[in-house]
Write a protein that binds this ligand. Structure first.
Ligand code: NAP
Length: 315
């Protein structure tokens, strides 16, 4: 296996202490077919040089991620928890002003951590409090008090329970609303970005406002979940052959060259290593011309059943 490079970092300007985040993180959204446990995968990733982990209350992985971090400290793979960047997300059942602090404290207990690096509003939707249901039943949806939720998140950052606060799956319209009252602007908007859903408008808006975009599903869910717009794309096959790289590496290199941060999920030792090998080569102008021809279509259309008409504000 090739030696692991050091992953470049980016500063979150609205974070406490100007926290740095490695541009590539490991996703931990569970896949029922995975033979490797989240604990083993996170531990292996730390061995390989990953320092940024993307979790969520709704994934049910916080305990395993926490156990892996505790084990990594015990084994001396890292000398302090501060070397890691840990993100978690609030589920829609907790998107109520009075439930933010208890939900964050619960995540911290489950993760065995004293602070998060980043907490995100997972989806711009609120449901009645209760158990995690996926997909979300639209009849459970109630009005989303974004201002109240954000004020509670700002309080959490001021209390030192998280270094930064942010959004996920927010459209430009929703970010504009958030920015209109935020005293601590969102450090991050985590959204789907991949070669099949390049999100140029949203990315330009975030850049102008100093919001870091983190791309999720950067491989459009990879090869293991069946054929897809990027992993089975003839244009990308050709680029991969020309560079002597894999399609996954072309996808991740493109995100890196766009100045994005991204969370890619692999629990496989070899693919985890492969995904790290993207920092010492580049795409050419000709590659970019070909990339611009890739058909665009959003993969993740929403977490509800049925889908909501106004979730993406027609952007
Ligand atoms: P992804 O990272 O694009 O793809 C993951 C899939 O690709 C897995 O099946 C993985 O299988 C496979 N894979 C990984 N590296 C590969 C490679 N080099 N070659 C071929 N296949 C490869 O998709 P994702 O899991 O949907 O997204 C990543 C993370 O983003 C999630 O885990 C989660 O943390 C976050 N996310 C957030 C949201 C949100 O609403 N905020 C939504 C979706 C995802 P192996 O494990 O077998 O390698």
């Amino acid at each position: 296996m090739a030696a692991a490079p050091t992953v470049p970092e980016i500063v979150l300007t609205s974070s406490t202490g100007q926290r740095k985040m490695a541009v590539m993180g490991l996703g931990t959204a569970p896949e029922a077919t995975s033979k490797v446990t989240t604990k083993d995968a996170v531990l292996e990733a730390i061995k390989q040089g990953y320092r940024h982990f993307d979790a969520a209350a709704a994934y049910g992985v916080e305990q395993s991620v926490g156990e892996a971090i505790a084990e990594a400290l015990k084994l001396g793979l890292i000398s302090s928890r501060d070397e890691l960047f840990v993100t978690s997300k609030l589920w829609v059942t907790d998107n109520h002003p009075h439930l933010i602090l208890p939900a964050l404290k619960k995540s911290l207990r489950t993760l065995q951590l004293e602070y998060l690096d980043l907490i995100l509003i997972h989806w711009p939707i609120t449901t009645k409090p209760g158990e995690v249901k996926y997909p979300i039943d639209v009849s459970d949806i109630v009005e989303f008090d974004l201002k109240g939720v954000w004020t509670s998140l700002e309080e959490c950052q001021k209390l030192g329970l998280t270094k930064a606060i942010g959004a996920s799956n927010f459209s430009i319209k929703k970010l504009e609303k958030l920015l209109s009252f935020a005293t601590i602007p969102p450090a991050v908007n985590q959204v789907e970005v991949n070669l099949g859903w390049q999100q140029e408008k949203l990315r330009a808006f975030c850049k102008e406002k100093g919001i870091i975009v983190t791309a999720f599903s950067p491989l459009r869910k990879g090869a293991s979940r069946g054929a897809n717009l990027v992993m089975d794309n003839d244009i990308l096959k050709e680029l991969a052959d020309t560079h002597g790289k894999t399609i996954a590496q072309i996808c991740l290199r493109w995100l890196y060259e766009q100045g994005l941060t991204f969370v890619v999920k692999s629990y496989d030792k070899e693919r985890m290593n492969q995904n790290l090998q993207i920092f010492d080569w580049s795409l050419t102008e000709d590659d970019y011309k070909k990339i611009s021809e890739i058909h665009q279509d959003r993969l993740i259309k929403g977490p509800t059943k049925p889908l909501l008409d106004d979730l993406w504000d027609e952007e």
